[in-house]
Design a protein around this ligand. Structure first.
Ligand code: SF4
Ligand code: F3S
Length: 104
């Protein structure tokens, strides 16, 4: 599966949702997640994210993000249509530790 990681938080560009062939993105207030059981590993979304927040879970160190994606995908509503990025998207693009700062 692919997972959405830290840099999506408070950016939420949403380019990713339009290209997913199985519509497996789910939307929270501050960021998006991928449903790990629905993702077919096609990889199309990865290069679409301007924040480079989408990664294959085969990359090391992404266990935490896999858990976060799985947990919230089961709670949040599905999103399939692109919308405006968050107001602070450009300003916060590239900031580290967003999950700790803005989410938890
Ligand atoms: Fe959707 Fe493919 Fe991205 Fe998985 S890898 S979330 S199936 S676009
Ligand atoms: Fe987030 Fe990138 Fe999609 S910032 S909403 S994962 S395009």
């Amino acid at each position: 599966t692919y997972v959405v990681t830290d840099n999506c938080i408070r950016c939420k560009y949403t380019d990713c949702v339009e290209v997913c062939p199985v519509d497996c993105f789910y939307e929270g207030e501050n960021f998006l997640v991928i449903h790990p059981d629905e993702c077919i590993d096609c990889g199309v979304c990865e290069p679409e994210c301007p924040a480079e927040a989408i990664k294959p879970d085969t990359e090391p160190g992404l266990d935490k993000w896999l858990k976060i994606n799985a947990e919230y995908a089961s709670i949040w509503p599905n999103i399939t249509v692109k919308k405006e990025p968050m107001a602070e998207a450009k300003e916060l693009d590239g900031e580290t530790g967003k999950f700790e700062k803005y989410f938890s």
